[in-house]
Design a binder for this molecule. Structure first.
Ligand code: HEM
Length: 465
């Protein structure tokens, strides 16, 4: 027997093991002035747990901030303590969001802007999603929901709903931004493929190499350049049409018209970045989140709750307008209960731009922090899907807002919250009025990083009248 290869292999294993342990020190090696590493997370445990369901419980059990270490990613201080969440999310935290802009391949946008620049972009950008813009396109949101449900039912077999619902989210955000009857809408709709490639490139940019299974950074950058160039052309065309006296009531015109109190307005590049940001931010999030709702309809909701929900959305006035659909209490509870169990973006990813004091300890500028928004496990029987948690004066979101923050809170709270909720309500109400959502074969698969999602088969069947 040859002994050298065995010795060499043993030496290699010992060397790699030692390097591994030294690079990811455990709880016992922490300094007194530092926060601990998450206890009970040896190196491999860390890897598995970020991908598994128990992270939030471990974080909760530590009773204070702790470092999460994943090889290939910056170590991140995570915490879910209520007082600290309030301190960090509720006031102006000197930080920027690390994920958003690199995910899109943008050099600079609302996610990475800080301080006054962030406020300015946010103030102007939200005009593109104002209530009047949503109201003007309400009928189109409805028809896009109907279109995708017909497609899902036409399959006439078990399907994973995500791709259909991403297309619903995409077509909806395009019509919100460019209006239903414009040259600009056609050009915007044609950008679906480059936007998807840009997103995959963004994942490759952000994820550690061992987790990067999807995209190419180079292709992503080229796709982003193409999208931005086209969006700038669209903005220029639209401005010309507005100057020629044509009237529009969509997000693009609102962005072009937007003026801050000091008269400042968005440049063409900024308008294009917003366009791109809103389309991308609204595509995966709403698409994936609605997919979890199909899962809950098929698997989790009680027959009694389902019957009550169906009867509520079947009332003749239910789908008349944005106001009537927004006022349906059980539909609202259904959307919120789904987001309690499955908040799509369970963890914040910020970088501090200044030193702060957290839990009595100094946290230096440059530290990555990850406030956990996934707090749905704190209620009684957390796995039970129950509409009554969000109905009446005792509703979870009314009494203890910080227990339920799937859209974040404070100065970086989601600016698409009203659109996303409206889209999801229109979709679910349309589905329940005309279809049955039936559980498909096989077990669902869950993903926990970077987004919290469920993949499961359902069959969409027309209701027998
Ligand atoms: C179910 C759907 C959605 C969920 C769960 C969601 C969730 C979130 C969360 C948690 C944040 C806060 C991030 C932080 O604290 O740093 C956020 C920010 C943001 N979201 Fe959403 N979002 C959704 C849909 C949308 C849509 C439809 C749009 C636009 C059309 C959008 C645009 C944005 C933007 C631009 C920000 C950055 C705000 C800022 O930094 O000031 N989101 N979103």
């Amino acid at each position: 027997m040859q002994i050298e290869p065995i010795l060499a292999l043993t030496a290699a294993v010992i060397t790699i093991g030692a390097a591994w342990v030294l690079s990811f020190p455990s709880e016992t090696t922490k300094r007194d002035d530092e926060f601990p590493n998450l206890p009970g997370f040896p190196i491999i445990g860390n890897l598995l747990d970020i991908l598994g369901p128990n992270l939030k419980i471990k974080v909760h059990e530590t009773k204070g901030p702790a470092f999460l270490r994943i090889p290939g990613l910056p170590r991140t201080l995570v915490f879910d303590d209520l007082a600290l969440l309030r301190q960090v999310l509720g006031r102006s935290l000197p930080s920027f969001s690390i994920v958003g802009d690199p995910l899109l391949g943008l050099p600079h946008g609302i996610f990475s802007a800080v301080g006054i620049e962030h406020k300015r972009l946010r103030n102007l950008g939200v005009r593109g999603l104002s209530k009047s813009v949503l109201l003007a396109q309400f009928e189109h949101i409805k028809s896009h929901a109907e279109e995708q449900l017909v497609k899902m039912a036409t399959e006439n077999k078990p399907i994973i709903p995500t791709l259909f619902l991403q297309m619903y989210a995409y077509k909806t955000i395009c019509v919100i931004m460019a209006g239903s009857d414009s040259e600009q809408l056609k050009r915007l709709e044609s950008l679906f493929e480059p936007i998807t490639i840009a997103g995959r490139g963004g994942q490759a940019r952000l994820l550690p190499k061992w987790l990067d299974f999807a995209g190419s950074i180079e292709k992503g950058t080229m796709a982003t350049d193409l999208v931005i160039k086209t969006c700038i052309e669209i903005a220029i065309e639209r401005r010309a049409a507005m100057e020629a006296g044509k009237e529009f009531s969509d997000g693009l015109s609102a962005l072009i018209d937007a003026r801050d109190s000091d008269g400042s307005f968005l440049s063409d590049f900024e308008i294009a970045s917003f366009f791109f940001t809103m389309i991308s931010a609204g595509l995966d999030t709403t698409g994936q989140q609605s997919s979890t709702m199909f899962y809950f309809l098929a698997n989790s909701i009680s027959q009694q709750d389902l019957a009550a929900l169906r009867s509520e959305v079947n009332q003749s006035f239910a789908m008349e307008s944005e106001a009537t659909i927004s006022a349906l209490p059980l539909l609202d509870a259904f959307v919120k209960e789904s987001m309690r169990i499955f908040p799509m973006i369970p963890q914040g990813n910020r970088v501090l731009t200044d030193d702060i004091v957290l839990d009595g300890k100094k946290v230096p500028a440059g530290t990555h922090i990850g406030p956990l928004r996934d707090r749905g496990f704190l209620v009684d029987n957390p796995d039970e899907f129950r509409l009554d948690r969000f109905v009446g004066d005792d509703a979870l979101d009314k009494k203890r807002t910080i227990e339920f923050i799937p859209f974040g809170m404070g100065e970086r709270m989601c600016i698409g919250i009203h659109l996303a909720r409206l889209e999801m309500k229109v979709l679910i109400a349309t589905a329940l009025r005309s279809y049955e959502i039936v559980k498909g074969p096989g077990s669902p698969t869950f993903a926990y990083y970077p987004f919290k999602t469920v993949k499961s088969y359902v069959t969409v069947k027309p209701l027998k009248l």
